[in-house]
Ligand binder design. Structure first.
Ligand code: ADP
Length: 503
């Protein structure tokens, strides 16, 4: 059965991006449309979303939401992406007071103080707009805390929705650590009855918790890798919601994000100084590495391993281990480090300091640059991702296709996508090296990270044949969206079955 899937999200490429959520929400609907489904996507009309696309039209659907003692007008704008035969309709929820700002969630002073109000407003508008646009909806697919009220509006039939009985809801958790937790008084912003403010639905230790709301009300729940789906049901990675998740364990699954090889493939990547494929990767990567050394002012060297790192400068990404690793061992490792990241000042300062101390070994760019991210993926010999936890991770998947061997902490999606090499023939996952495509370490500590990086550098320098095999495995593995989109279809079907069974 072909379905009409409506997504609600705070980010989607090419309109607004701060992380992997945008990659997923911009690509998954296109892949589902390719399978013959109809997809629509709701997004706040941020300033940058409005300036990113030329053909935005007014649907002439507008209405007022009573929120925080005010009457706030919403206007629904529309554009589309994808093929003309079956485009993905993009609906932008416009209210300049909430969304016409420089950033998505906050500025140098921290999160915007009205984030709860902004995303309550957004969620209420999505529910209302589906009604007014008369969308024939089968699935409402909500992403992360910003859209997590919608399953509650659906399940409680908020405002007598015409689409209430025909749709099922799916909640996807991209990162459980971001929950949208606000003080209890913000419950009034949701418009929902206070009876739902209890520990089994919306309340969390006296506060309002939007993600918990989505988890509690959704017909089906997904997260972005099977290992993370398991981990978040344990206290260590459950961020206080492991009990809520365990109570719904029969309706949770993990689906690894796919890669858009239209954008991330070294054979046609527009950002690279040289394109390459499995047939000529050695020459291609050597040319990209030379260009990167020039660009970053690193000494030219073909044989010195280049280690890439790209990501938000947040503790989640393992910078608290990278910092001492480099401070203590940058002189000892014969390697060049190319680092791209923006975020917390404490990490930015120490990285900049390292680059000043060893400009011949460490190059740091503290910015968000998509073209540079592509060039680093192509130029590096290995890619370091020592995340403390990682729901899925995209950069290791890009690395695999770019012949760049991932070196990772064995957690979440990194467990599901990186098969570690072991000289003994068996790795710590118990797999044979037959599928090995990288290196990983089990314990999240400096010693384990150092050992793993040393092993990768040694293998690169002393065992070129093993290295070639790891590169070949990675480059030929298929992490495209095809399988992930099929898995989402299965989740949607399951949601529809569960929606009609009595809880
Ligand atoms: P997360 O969503 O937790 O930040 P992911 O690995 O899932 O991590 O996705 C991160 C995405 O953002 C990738 O596409 C990555 O290349 C990109 N990215 C992160 N930081 C930067 C940066 N400073 N410049 C360019 N791209 C970045």
């Amino acid at each position: 059965m072909k379905m009409h899937i409506v997504m609600a999200t705070a980010e989607a490429i090419p309109f607004a991006k701060t992380g992997g959520l945008a990659d997923v929400c911009g690509t998954l609907p296109l892949m589902l449309a390719e399978q013959g489904h109809k997809c629509s996507l709701f997004l706040p009309a941020y300033r940058r979303a409005l300036s990113s696309h030329a053909q935005i039209i007014d649907t002439h659907i507008s209405f007022v939401v009573e929120i925080a003692g005010k009457s706030m007008a919403a206007r629904i704008l529309k554009t589309s992406i994808g093929p003309a035969e079956n485009p993905v309709d993009i609906y932008l929820v416009d209210q300049p007071l909430y969304f016409d700002r420089d950033h998505l969630y906050g500025d140098q002073h921290g999160d915007y103080r009205d984030n709860c109000e902004r995303f309550c407003f957004f969620s209420r508008c999505v529910v209302e707009a589906i009604e007014r646009l008369k969308i024939q909806i089968d699935i409402i697919h909500c992403h992360d805390w910003q859209a997590a009220l919608i399953p509650a509006y659906h399940k409680t039939n908020f405002g007598n929705l015409a689409w209430y009985s025909q749709a099922a809801s799916v909640m996807t958790i991209h990162n459980l650590a971001y929950q949208g937790r606000y003080w209890s008084h913000d419950m009034s912003l949701t418009g929902l009855d206070w009876t739902y403010f209890n520990w089994q639905q919306m309340e969390f230790y006296g506060d309002l918790n939007l993600l918990k709301t989505g988890i509690s009300f959704a017909d089906y729940i997904t997260t972005v890798s099977p290992s993370y789906a398991h981990e978040i049901q344990q206290p260590m990675h459950g961020c206080g919601l492991d009990g809520t998740l365990r109570a719904r364990a029969d309706r949770i699954s993990g689906i690894v994000n796919g890669v858009d090889y239209g954008v991330w493939d070294p054979s046609h990547d527009q950002h690279l100084p040289a394109n390459f494929s499995i047939d000529n990767w050695k020459q291609g990567k050597a040319a990209c590495k030379r260009a990167m050394q020039m660009e970053m002012g690193l000494p030219p060297s073909e044989t010195t391993p280049m280690i890439g790192l790209i990501g938000r400068l947040a503790e989640q990404k393992g910078w608290d281990l990278v910092k001492p690793l480099l401070e203590l061992y940058v002189d000892a490792f014969d390697a060049q480090w190319v680092i791209l990241g923006n975020g917390e000042a404490r990490f930015a300062h120490s990285l900049a300091e390292l680059a000043r101390r060893r400009p011949d070994r460490v190059a740091v760019r503290l910015e968000f640059s998509d073209p540079l991210a592509h060039r680093i993926e192509a130029a590096s010999d290995m890619f370091l991702m020592p995340s403390r936890y990682e729901p899925c991770g995209l950069n290791q998947l890009y690395s695999l296709r770019y012949g760049t061997v991932p070196v990772v902490h064995a957690t979440g999606g990194l467990i599901d996508t990186v098969q570690p090499f072991s000289p003994s023939g068996h790795n710590h996952s118990g797999d044979f090296n037959g599928q090995a495509n990288g290196f990983s370490f089990l314990q999240y500590d400096l010693e384990s990270l150092k050992e793993c990086v040393s092993q990768a550098i040694d293998t690169y320098s002393r065992e070129p044949q093993v290295w070639d095999t790891l590169v070949t495995h990675g480059m030929t593995q298929d992490w495209s969206w095809t399988n992930s989109a099929l898995a989402y279809e299965t989740a949607y079907r399951r949601a529809r079955e569960l929606a009609v069974t009595k809880e």
